[in-house]
Design a protein around this ligand. Structure first.
Ligand code: C5P
Length: 287
């Protein structure tokens, strides 16, 4: 309804969220679990190529797709369009098998949060989802980015399974994002937002978009800003309904999306019909 149209035009605000999501936001601000202290000193331009890990991730591609896991991608028939990109990024445990028509089946990079590594329910060790792709893992570290503190007490223990996986598959590119990268992205979102955002890391979706902007001349993002198919269905592969998945509770998701909406170079028709945003790679960006 109203909020969706405001997202398309970039005029959305937290005041338009449901009372439940507004309360969740206030509670996260009060808890400030990661010790965020925003000083507004970082420049919005610090999110460039140098922040992103080297080698496998520094290869440049002409056109890349970022496929969000949102329920709204169901019945989109976007699969063939997505697979036509040079590189495709997917998230966490989002499958392609059985959903090829809507999401495609090519995966170049998969971004996984530390829960995927730490929680045996995701079968990180034996699932084919995590084979033959570049893996990028992250964990909500303290805002101070003190690596010693983080290593001793990660949000979910990703380090043990990471080392195990590296030993078993030494040839597979597998990175852990530096907490500084994640929190610099958070600073950029807060600097570009009039409202106070949740003091929690950006969503995997935003992290993935920035990584692809550093690797690609052009990035096509699907169902981040919702299309007309917008739904409370959280993921296309799971029967679970929660508007927080699309609008945010823990993550500053609404504000991430408003920033991405401002960068969109694609057509309004593609935004409504496909949930498609077109972004320039950092190499092509005019700063
Ligand atoms: O839930 P998960 O983090 O695995 O989903 C990947 C990303 O897709 C999220 O981090 C978020 O940026 C995006 N997403 C969304 N709307 C949804 C579900 C996911 O924008 N309903």
């Amino acid at each position: 309804g109203v909020l969706l149209r405001r997202l398309w035009t970039g005029e959305a605000s937290a005041r338009m969220l449901s009372p439940r999501l507004q309360k969740a936001m206030r509670d996260y601000v009060r808890a400030n679990k990661h010790g965020v202290r925003f000083r507004g000193r970082l420049s919005p331009r610090s999110g460039g190529r140098s922040l992103v890990p080297a080698t496998a991730l520094s290869q440049l591609h002409p056109a890349c797709a970022v496929v969000m896991s949102a329920g709204a991608i169901l019945n989109s028939s976007l699969g063939a369009e997505i697979d036509a990109h040079d590189a495709v990024l997917r998230f966490n445990s989002a499958p392609t098998r059985g959903y090829e028509k809507d999401v495609g089946n090519k995966t170049t990079i998969r971004i996984i949060n530390s829960q995927i590594l730490a929680n045996p329910g995701y079968h990180f060790i034996d699932s084919t989802l995590y084979k033959d792709v570049i893996l990028v893992a992250w964990d909500p570290a303290p805002y101070s980015s003190n690596l010693y503190l983080w290593y001793k007490k990660p949000d979910y223990n990703l380090f043990t399974p990471y080392v195990q996986h590296r030993q078993r598959h030494p040839a597979q590119p597998f990175y852990i994002l530096h907490p500084k990268f994640i929190w610099q992205l958070w600073d950029i979102i807060q600097e570009n937002t009039k409202e106070k955002i949740q003091p929690n890391p950006p969503s995997s979706g935003f992290i993935g978009i920035v990584i692809m902007m550093s690797m690609c001349d052009e990035v096509h993002v699907y169902e981040y800003i919702p299309s007309v198919r917008q739904t409370e269905l959280c993921h296309y592969h799971e029967l679970y309904y929660d508007s927080a998945c699309t609008l945010g509770a823990y993550h500053p998701l609404l504000f991430e999306k408003l920033l991405v909406q401002r960068l969109n170079m694609g057509s309004q028709a593609d935004l409504y019909r496909k949930g498609k945003v077109v972004l320039p790679g950092f190499r092509a960006a005019q700063c």
